[in-house]
Each structure stands twice: as C-alpha cells, then as structure tokens.
Design a protein. Structure first.
Length: 165
C-alpha cells in the first residue's frame, strides 16, 4: 500500500490516502470529483486529536449534494453491494440528491498522522448493517434512510429488492 499525502489538518496533522483503492474515499471521489477538493478544505478546518476521527464538518455554505435521504413506505427500494464493499447498501429510486453544506470524514490514527478511510458529502451516519463497524443504531437508521440510486458504483448482479438484513 503506497500512501500519498492528501491534506494537513488545522492542527498540523498529516492525512494520508491510499490512491489504489483501500480507502472508500476513492470511490466517492470518482463518483463526484468536486468532493476531493472540498474534503481537503474540510480537513484544513479540522483539529484532529482523537485516535479515530469520525466527524461531520460544516463548511457554512452549500458545497455539494448528499446522496443520503430519508425514505417512506412509498419509496422504490433496492439493495446492492457498492464497489469495494462487502455489505449491502439500501438505495431509493424515488429521490434525488439534496444540497448540503457538510462533509463527513473518517480518519484512523497511525503513528503521528492519520489515514483517510472515507469522506462524503452530507451528515454522519451509522455504519451499514453487516459492516464490521455496525452499531445498534445501524438497522433502525438504514431501515428509514437510503442512498440515491444511480449515484454510486455498484457490483453488477448484486441488486435485490429483498432486504438482506
């Protein structure tokens, strides 16, 4: 794994990125190239002090579009595995992305710096059900929220309308 320096936080911590794909951020940057520069801006405004940083950063103005939406019983729901993931994601075909002024970042502390695991436009969420980071909030949250269909790369042939969790 060859990491590249990605950004420096407000308190001078280096943030590294593996451009070969072990970071989920790479798939998000590919889907929306504006996210890359906005993430660098967000990290420059962040004081990173915890061993693992999972936080939402408000940049104070609209900066992009979040794929995360609340769902209702009338939504057309489909599940699929996204590229680079082992678990299913809940998608809706009934909504469009919504404007946001936040970016969520997930950093892991290694030595005296951080590695960027993921970044996306929009709010912090519980991990998906079935993920190794799953929490008690995961299923209740994801049973009522979804990502907008067509905005994320999926693994062909994994689509289903049956809830996998």
């Amino acid at each position: 794994m060859k990491k590249e320096l990605f950004a420096i936080t407000k308190n001078g911590k280096s943030v590294w990125l593996d451009p070969q794909g072990s970071s989920h951020a790479i798939t998000h940057f590919t889907a929306d190239p504006t996210l890359l520069q906005q993430t660098k801006t967000a990290l420059a405004n962040l004081d990173a002090t915890d061993s693992n940083v999972y936080t939402e950063i408000d940049l104070g103005q609209p900066i992009g579009y979040s794929d995360l939406v609340a769902t209702n019983p009338d939504d057309e729901i489909v599940y699929a595995k996204r590229v680079g993931r082992q678990t299913f994601t809940r998608f809706t075909k009934s909504h469009q992305p919504v404007a946001t002024h936040t970016i969520t970042v997930w950093l892991i502390h290694e030595d005296s710096s951080y590695t960027l695991l993921s970044a996306w436009f929009g709010p912090k969420t519980p991990p998906f059900p079935g993920d190794k980071w799953e929490t008690p909030e995961s299923k209740p949250f994801w049973n009522n929220h979804a990502l907008v269909w067509g905005k994320q790369a999926i693994i062909e042939g994994t689509e289903t309308t049956v809830c996998p969790w």
